[in-house]
Design a protein around this ligand. Structure first.
Ligand code: IZC
Ligand code: ZN
Length: 427
């Protein structure tokens, strides 16, 4: 058998166990040393030792130089599609104006809503496509993307169609989430329940056009209450959506408990989750999506209690929360460092979080996050000596090359790895 691509001389091949991994399960990470992996027709076709790989035939052979190879990273919480930018808020933040105060005054999310309404579908598509290219360069091959900057039928559907077009392009796998109840638009300022009714009415159309698999709601002081969130989640589930919730990010309202009670796929943020909420996560099926980049970017000192969650038995994952206001980074490696430095997660827990558990949080555990025979050949070759190195050396891109479904979609030009045959020493 001749393979399409063979990566050989891999110092450490990261092989997360199938998930979701909860508590103790997150603490184990299988590593195969001196390994090789072969790809055929977009799938992992063979995994073996470096020595065995010498007999394998392949069209392209890549010397991994004794470095690390992992499954493609999965980013399970992004606000990928939006118009404009909010660098003006930096000065407000420096002056001590809180995030929710900016929103209350019509800025924050609402200023992005205005900019998104003004941009055409094509403009949004181009901009989000550039973000996807950067994410891929950082080693992400699967991600989730939320709407929520339209806040009316026309503009929410516009955002969801952008995600659909990006998805149809097939470069990265994208899971689409309808976050209509992300803020209360000015035209409904006096009638939040009326706005929620509008968003509930949209669900059937989104479902029938297959524009989203998940729904999400921002449950927070001044945005949506726990009761409104319950109503929206129930309506979503009745139509066959799986649900997510922005819960207990700033104030401890009880969104975490609600998520577990409702059987939500994930509860996201959880900085202010109560002890009861954390115990429920440990017992339930809901994945905790932690977003330390947001806490960092908002200049706060209190991070989500990842240690307590994992030690009590919860399934934890990590995401960028990429958005133009509260976390302006598309670099998931940076989030891995923050998880280590600010939430005291171990390297093993961090790798499980950004692969298998992240895939589970977006319903992709059969397609992403692990490497077994038959898995999608989503692979990253990292310019690091071992898997502990990435959280340790922060703020730079360690990815040397990235393959999606077996096709190389990104490679660093100055890399000291090489392909055989080497027509033009592409790296
Ligand atoms: O645009 O500020 N938290 N939604 C909830 C966000 C942050 C995104 C934003
Ligand atoms: Zn978010």
């Amino acid at each position: 058998m001749s393979y399409d691509t063979l990566l050989y001389n891999i110092g450490e091949l990261i092989l997360p166990a199938p998930g979701p991994l909860k508590g103790e399960g997150m603490k184990q990470l299988k590593i195969k040393e001196n390994a090789a992996v072969a790809v055929k027709d977009g799938k992992v076709a063979w995994i073996g030792s470096h020595e065995e790989s010498i007999q394998q035939q392949a069209e392209t052979k890549v010397d991994a130089g004794g470095k690390v190879v992992s499954p493609g990273l999965v980013d399970p919480h992004t606000h990928l599609v939006f118009g404009g930018s909010r660098e003006n808020e930096l000065a407000l933040k420096q002056a001590g104006v809180p995030y929710l105060e900016i929103l209350k005054k019509g800025g924050g999310i609402l200023s992005t809503v205005q900019a998104t309404r003004e941009e055409s579908e094509d403009e949004l598509f181009e901009k989000a496509g550039r973000t996807l290219q950067r994410m891929a360069a950082y080693g992400v091959t699967t991600l989730e993307a939320k709407s929520g900057y339209g806040l009316d039928r026309e503009n929410e559907l516009k955002q969801l169609r952008v995600v659909q077009r990006l998805r149809d392009q097939g470069s990265l796998d994208i899971v689409s989430t309808f976050l209509g109840p992300h803020a209360i638009p000015p035209e409904y300022k006096q009638d939040p329940d009326g706005f929620l009714d509008e968003m509930v009415k949209l669900l059937a159309e989104i479902r029938s056009e297959n524009l989203a698999e998940y729904t999400d709601i921002f449950c927070e002081t001044g945005v949506f209450t726990v009761e409104q969130s319950r109503r929206f989640m129930k309506a979503s589930q009745e139509l066959g959506f799986r649900t997510k919730i922005h819960a207990d990010e700033i104030d401890s309202l009880g969104g975490t408990e609600l998520a577990v009670d409702m059987g939500a796929a994930s509860a996201d943020h959880l900085v202010a989750a109560s002890d009861e909420g954390i115990s429920k996560l440990a017992e339930g099926q809901t994945v905790a999506v932690l977003l330390p980049g947001t806490t960092f970017y908002l200049g706060k000192n209190e991070y989500a209690k990842a240690r307590k969650m994992i030690d009590q038995g919860a399934a934890v994952t990590l995401a960028t929360d990429f958005n133009p206001g509260s976390c302006v980074t598309d670099n998931l490696q940076m989030i891995m460092s923050l998880a280590a430095l600010k939430m005291k997660m171990t390297p093993e827990e961090i790798w499980n979080a950004v692969t298998v558990n992240a895939a589970h949080a977006i319903g992709k555990s059969d397609k992403a996050g692990t490497l077994e025979i038959g898995s999608a050949a989503d692979l990253v070759l990292w310019d690091v000596p071992n898997y502990q190195y990435i959280p340790y050396h922060y703020g730079v891109n360690h990815a040397l090359a990235v393959w999606k479904h077996g096709r190389k979609i990104w490679g660093r030009r100055d890399a000291d790895v090489f392909s055989v045959p080497q027509p033009e020493r592409e790296y």
